[in-house]
Design a protein. Structure first.
Ligand code: SF4
Lengths: 397, 342
């Protein structure tokens, strides 16, 4: 692409200026961490770096102005040893990485839409699971916007730093509801008996849902099912609602027919003695609604299970957006708008070439550009250049 | 201080250690004095039982003397285990003690169980009015979550604690104790005096172990050569055979690995069947699934990187060949070639 190199050089300068005036706070026990960087125009990752003093690190950022900065969620005795096994692992934060890349249908969404969907997943993770079921204290749970397409959560509760990979995997299974057994959740209840002579038989059974107040997945599934029932019955067009849930036209018709008032009443009362199709639909939808969808790393394995993982450094800039990896207070998550709250580069005017129409809302202002040359604030230029949606306009000779 | 029979049933408790310190004989007397011959015999009985039934066995605790001999047999059994110096045996012994404790704990009041759990470092909440609850971190570490019904997702989790039945907590205590005995005994040096006194039994048990090993080698299991296995697979196989709670991924990697060596599901099953808690049907199901006998895909054994990611590459045991290979299967075939050259 034309101007690719100059775009990179431009971004690098912008990053350098930013880092010179905005020192990046280091993670706790930073001397125990490995650092890694990708450089503008560089090939491959600069890894296995350790910093002994804060100034060293700040100097590095200012001088090298990396495109991407990472640190190890793990603590090591020798973080800069070039071989993993020589680093001597001491423990690692528990990391959750939610990214829009893996979300079903994310390709069809805009950047902003997909971030909104990821945020909903992220809220579930934090509120329902980390603070809820697992009972982590808020002081150990730090949330960050990733600067790119998602959110990161770092849990630093000292009691869990030494969890190994398979123990973390079990937590992931919990949060994603993997291997949930419905037979352990719903149980049959005998509702009628009939006797023949001296023998008594169960002549009617019904599938009982757990009470919505129950702990763990039992209550959660019930709450999910009841919510879905309410949503469908309250909706003006239940058919449309069902289709949103991914039910096919024909099945939806049948479901609406079968969901008589009587049945809805029974479900609210905790009876799931519905036809198999209805039962399956509710269970699956409730699962999808309440479980968290996690991103997978290179190994197809959620990042959480990797105890030696590099993760984007809070406070650093993301090279593909110019946005900052900013912390988000738990109670501010709902209101958090990445294209407002993570925009940190200045608004100095910059001339760029835009090949096809672009529109974006940034810093609470809407921008729409027709193809051609435009003068835009630097933060916007960085966002477009980083995402390769524009090129730098070379000054006329 | 707890009652003497309680100390005898739970010889790993701090109270019991204190009792031995306060009232027990000096170590030389324990080893040589005729007075303690019975404790010495009982210690060997513990080991024999652990090997044959994975339970160190029950003896009468009717009199004070019964109890004292039982108490003293515990440290002796541990010392002899160290001198037998066989990793499989040590695991087996640890399981035997732990299972023995489990059986006793089932019959105790829940308050006692919860006190024992706490002494072993588990965070347990219990009052007669509330349900037993265990901190999730301890649950993750010691509950056999490879079984579906033990997975956290199928349990009641709230505020960081998991509700458990008496029986389930006893099982978690069993795992905790097993792990603890294993760590305590690993890397301990054999006491020369113990080695001399128990020489005969040590030799005898070592011979039994060798014979078992040989018999196992003789089992026509495909073309498996245990001496060519990489450290990761040696560990996984040993743990599986000793009936330990191998993480899901470990089991998966091991089965996929063996399958790649052209071992049939039946061969693999045979290899696993030495596990004391071996459940044929469950294992069969898992093996068939991984090898593709029941699913359309047969899974591949993960490479070294992935093994490390899952924490099932014992990095401290990696050897030169490990450093040159990137896949456990390559290690195995490289070992073959090395051997042929020699
Ligand atoms: S380096 Fe590879 S072959 Fe060696 S122990 Fe680790 S996983 Fe196994």
């Amino acid at each position: 692409m034309m101007g690719g190199d100059s775009s990179q050089a431009f971004l690098r300068d912008a990053f350098e200026a930013f880092y010179r005036s905005h020192p990046v706070e280091l993670p706790d026990r930073f001397t125990r961490r490995e650092f890694a960087f990708l450089m503008f125009g560089g090939k491959g990752m600069l890894r296995h770096l350790g910093f002994e003093r804060r100034e060293q690190f700040q100097d590095f950022l200012e001088e090298r102005a990396p495109q991407h900065a990472y640190y190890s969620s793990a603590y090591y005795q020798a973080p800069s040893a070039p071989k993993m096994q020589d680093k001597k692992w001491m423990g690692a934060e528990l990391i959750f990485d939610l990214d829009s890349d893996h979300l079903p249908g994310a390709e069809k969404m805009t950047y902003v839409e997909s971030l909104a969907v990821v945020k909903r997943e992220f809220q579930k993770l934090v509120e329902e699971f980390l603070l809820g079921d697992l009972g982590f204290s808020e002081k150990y749970v730090s949330l960050y916007f990733s600067g790119g397409r998602g959110y990161h959560c770092h849990v630093k509760d000292p009691t869990i730093l030494d969890l190994d990979s398979s123990e973390r995997r079990e937590l992931v299974d919990y949060i994603t509801a993997r291997d949930l057994q419905d037979s352990l959740i719903f149980h049959e209840r005998v509702t009628a008996r009939r006797s023949y002579g001296t023998q008594e038989f169960a002549s009617g059974t019904s599938l009982q849902m757990p009470s919505p107040q129950e702990a763990g997945w039992k209550g959660r599934i019930s709450r999910g099912i009841i919510e879905i029932v309410e949503e469908i019955t309250r909706s003006d067009s239940p058919m449309e609602k069902l289709k949103e849930y991914g039910v096919k036209e024909k099945d939806a018709e049948r479901l609406v027919q079968e969901l008589s008032e009587e049945r809805v009443r029974r479900i609210r009362g905790g009876m799931l003695d519905q036809s198999k199709a209805i039962r399956k639909f509710f269970l699956n939808s409730a699962l999808r609604k309440t479980a968290v969808s996690l991103s997978a790393g290179e190994t197809d394995e959620p990042v959480t299970c990797d105890v030696k993982r590099l993760i984007r450094l809070p406070g650093s800039l993301h090279g593909k957006t110019g946005l900052r990896v900013v912390p988000i207070a738990i109670d501010a998550l709902e209101r958090f708008d990445p294209l407002r709250d993570a925009v940190v580069l200045p608004d100095t005017p910059v001339r760029i070439q835009i090949p096809s129409e672009l529109s974006v809302r940034m810093k609470d202002e809407s921008f729409t550009f027709s193809p051609g040359e435009h003068e835009v604030p630097l933060f916007l230029a960085a966002f477009f250049l980083g995402r390769k949606q524009a090129t730098l306009q070379e000054p006329n000779p | 201080m707890r009652e003497l029979p309680t100390l005898a049933r739970y010889p790993f408790l701090a109270d019991t250690r204190q009792y031995i310190k306060d009232h027990g004989p000096a170590i030389t007397d324990l080893l040589h004095d005729l007075l303690y011959e019975r404790a010495r015999l009982t210690s060997i009985e513990r080991l024999d039982n652990a090997l044959s039934d994975s339970d160190v066995g029950e003896r009468s605790l009717a009199t004070d003397a019964d109890c004292i001999m039982e108490i003293l047999s515990y440290p002796l059994a541990r010392m002899v285990t160290v001198c037998i110096s066989d990793p499989y045996f040590q695991r087996r012994y640890a399981l035997g003690e732990a299972y023995h404790t489990y059986k006793y704990l089932l019959t105790e009041p829940t308050s006692f169980l919860s006190a024992v759990a706490k002494e072993l470092g588990l965070s347990v909440h219990y009052t007669p009015e509330t349900r037993l609850r265990l901190f999730f971190k301890d649950y993750l570490r010691y509950a056999p979550t490879t079984y579906k019904e033990w997975k956290m997702v199928n349990r009641e989790v709230a505020g960081g604690y998991i509700a458990l039945s008496h029986k389930d907590l006893a099982r978690v205590v069993q795992e905790t104790l097993r792990a603890r005995i294993n760590t305590e005994l690993s890397g301990r040096p054999c006491d020369e005096d113990v080695n001399r006194i128990f020489m005969e039994d040590i030799r005898r048990l070592q011979t039994i172990l060798q014979q078992r090993q040989r018999r196992q080698d003789a089992v026509p299991v495909g073309k498996l050569h245990p001496e060519h296995l990489p450290p990761c697979m040696t560990d996984l196989l040993a743990a599986t055979q000793a009936g330990e709670n191998v993480p899901h991924m470990g089991r998966f990697a091991l089965v996929a690995f063996l399958n790649s060596l052209k071992l049939s599901p039946t061969d693999i099953l045979k290899l696993f069947s030495t596990a004391p808690d071996f459940e044929e049907e469950k294992s069969r199901y898992q093996i068939d699934h991984i090898t593709g006998a029941t699913s359309s895909t047969s899974y591949k054994c993960p490479g070294c990187d992935k093994m490390r990611t899952y924490g099932i590459c014992p990095t401290e045991k990696m050897d030169g060949l490990c450093r040159r290979t990137r896949h456990p299967l390559n290690y195995y075939s490289a070992k073959w070639r090395q051997e042929k050259k020699q």
